[in-house]
Design a protein around this ligand. Structure first.
Ligand code: SF4
Length: 217
């Protein structure tokens, strides 16, 4: 069981998230990463820090292995995810599972989340104020999980995380330094469902991810 190190706790405290620090500073025993994520999710399950709270059914924090070396980040929950409270469970989620299987990984090996945790109405892109309001939660999750590799799914997630406005083509097929992790950007699975021609380049990205993962172990 991986527990939170002193260094991680110091980093989390530096996030200066109002309220979130209290979750940690009150603890005297080592907790697992999973424990910390669960405590955090319970604490903030009623978040109404942006307008997406008014239209969501369920807040979707993320899911998978809190000890994962790889974290996938999409832009926001879709319809099925909003109904079930679970990330990537619709058609796009099934394709993501297949993409993982193709590189010998399972959903249990990775952690999957989104830039915003509540569904933007009609699956529109999350807006700047919504991203700003929700970003501390993602920063918190990454501080706990400490993945070696982050894979942004789609242009929106890539642009937000890299703080740029580059095209997906320009962001693909390379790793960027990202805090203590390496970050790559590939197609969002829902884009692949609509554009089957992109599956071949997406496969190239998955192979690059697999190589980096193997080298990081
Ligand atoms: S999108 Fe994020 S900030 Fe907005 S209500 Fe949901 S959890 Fe809170």
């Amino acid at each position: 069981m991986n527990t939170i190190s002193e260094a991680q706790l110091r980093k989390i405290e530096l996030l200066k998230l109002s309220g979130i620090n209290e979750i940690f500073t009150q603890e005297t025993e080592p907790f697992s990463k999973e424990d910390y994520l669960q405590k955090f999710e319970t604490e903030y399950q009623d978040c109404a820090n942006c307008k997406l709270a008014q239209t969501r059914n369920k807040l979707v924090w993320g899911g998978g292995n809190a000890d994962a070396d790889i974290v996938f980040i999409g832009e926001g929950p879709g319809q099925q995810e909003d109904l079930q409270g679970v990330p990537f469970v619709g058609n796009a989620g099934q394709l993501l599972t297949k993409m993982l299987t193709a590189i010998d990984l399972s959903r249990e090996d990775v952690y999957i989340t989104n830039i915003v945790k509540c569904r933007p109405p009609g699956n529109r892109n999350p807006q700047e104020d919504e991203i700003r309001a929700c970003m501390p939660y993602l920063e918190f999750q990454l501080s706990i999980i400490q993945p070696k590799i982050i894979c942004a799914l789609g242009k929106v997630a890539g642009n937000v995380l890299l703080q740029c406005d580059d095209t997906l083509t320009k962001m693909r097929q390379k790793f960027f330094p990202f805090s203590s992790s390496k970050l790559m950007v590939t197609y969002h699975p829902s884009a692949l469902l609509h554009n089957p021609d992109w599956k071949r380049p997406a496969w190239e990205d998955m192979k690059m991810l697999k190589r980096e993962y193997a080298e990081s172990r």
